[in-house]
Structures are given as C-alpha cells and as structure tokens.
Design a protein around this ligand. Sequence first.
Ligand SMILES: NC(=O)c1ccc[n+]([C@@H]2O[C@H](COP(=O)([O-])OP(=O)(O)OC[C@H]3O[C@@H](n4cnc5c(N)ncnc54)[C@H](O)[C@@H]3O)[C@@H](O)[C@H]2O)c1
Length: 242
Amino acid sequence: MFDLTGRVVLITGATGGIGGAIAHKMKHAGATVVVSGRNAEKMNSEFDDGFIKIVADLASDGAAEKLVADTIAAAGKLDILVNNAGITRDTLLMRMTDAQFDDVINTNLRSCFKMCRAAIMPMMKNRFGRIINMASIIGVIGGPGQANYAASKGGMIAMTKSIAAEVASRNITANAIAPGFIKTPMTDVLSDELKKSYLAQIPAGRFGEPDDIANACVFLASDESSYINGQTLNINGAMGRF
Ligand SMILES: NC(=O)c1ccc[n+]([C@@H]2O[C@H](COP(=O)([O-])OP(=O)(O)OC[C@H]3O[C@@H](n4cnc5c(N)ncnc54)[C@H](O)[C@@H]3O)[C@@H](O)[C@H]2O)c1
C-alpha cells in the first residue's frame, strides 16, 4: 500500500482494538513501531520483539513528555504520532460526576494536547511530522450519555485544526480521524439493544473493523498525504455524512 520504511511511529493506547490494528498495519508498511500502553504484560502478549514497547499511563502528569523522550531515546526520532488512547465514562449529563467528566477530558483531550506539544519540537527539527488524533463521530454529532466524551473528541478535532495551522509550513500535518462504530473492547460492552439501534443507523449495514481505521492511518502517515492537513476523516459506513 504505502511505504513507511525509515519512519518511526508512536501509537498510544496500542493494546486496544484500534491501536493494535494501527500498530500492525504501520509495521507491515515498513515503519519502526513504538507501541505504548498501560499494561506491560498485555503489550508483551500482543506484540513481538519487532516492536519497541513503552509503558505509560497518560492520565498522569509528565507521562506524555516522558513517552516522547523515551521514544526518541529508543528509536532515534519521532516522525508519526498517533494519539489513540481513549476512554468512555458514559452517563446522562444530570448524573455525570465531576470525576467522570474530568477523567475523560484528561485522558482523551489533555493527554493529546501534551503529546502534540512534546512532539512538535522534535518534528520541526526533523523537518517532517505526521500527527493523527483519534477523535470520534460523537465529537462531531454528539450523543446521549456522552457529554464528556463528545466534549473531549470535539476538542481534539478543533485542536487538530489549530495545530495544523501552526505547523503546516514545517512539513508537518495534523489530522483527526473520526471513527463511527468500530468493533473493539470499547464497544463490546454496549448492550445488544444499543448495538442493534446503532446498526440500524449505518447504511453500510455493518460495524467497522479496526483495520478500516488502521488503513486510513497508514495513508495519513504517508508521504502521499502531505497536502491533507487540518482535516477530519470521517470513517463510519455512511452513518454520518458531513
Ligand atoms: N470503537 C469505536 O467504535 C470507536 C469509535 C470512535 C472513536 N474511537 C476511539 O478510538 C480510540 C481507540 O479505541 P478502541 O475502540 O480501540 O478502544 P479500546 O478500549 O480497545 O482501546 C483504548 C486504549 O486506550 C488505552 N488507554 C486508556 N486510558 C489510558 C491512559 N490513561 N494511558 C494510556 N493508555 C490509555 C487503553 O489501555 C486501550 O489500550 C479511542 O480514542 C476511542 O475513543 C473508538
């Protein structure tokens, strides 16, 4: 497909459904792949020694900066950053606690900001960079029970546009991907009733696979996508047509 030979990619939340697929696709495209997750055991069981593995909990202070520094120490540079780590804490707004709101904003949006900030300078020095922020269709259209998640993902989309405007002249692109409903541990926990109602809203007639997102990531990471910048790629089987 696209050739990423010589590129170093860092993927957060790599032990998850989408993150794992991205890691394997990037490797297949020839990149040196640094995977990051919270659980060393899980990383070792999902990735062989061909991957560089770094444990990091991005909800904790200083973790993002350390992860970028550790990546450069281990792989020599950082060309492609995929901010994929994310959580949900769904509940109706009137029942949502401060902690449920803060946890989601911290893990999804604040860590993305910190990762981007830490990666920008090395990418500028490198005169190349690709930032891919994993947003969500919920960040575009909202969703009941997801005010915290929608705010975090909508924030990521808006932030990505600002970053692109700041760094486009430096041969760096920053784009967001907004997946629809993808089959992963995050969506496995939803009730059958809810899944059925989502499926009815998807003209493609199926849920997305992690590889549907990973393929787009490889494209956005490639040299061929150099003029695509500050955009949100909606991948949702026509569930949302924006
Ligand atoms: N599955 C979907 O339908 C869907 C739709 C739209 C967007 N997304 C987004 O795609 C991304 C991947 O989700 P997924 O579906 O693969 O879910 P997942 O739960 O399988 O993966 C999420 C990953 O993020 C990691 N993570 C969570 N908190 C972290 C922290 N504090 N520090 C480091 N890592 C942390 C988890 O350990 C996990 O590896 C998320 O950002 C999610 O919001 C998913």
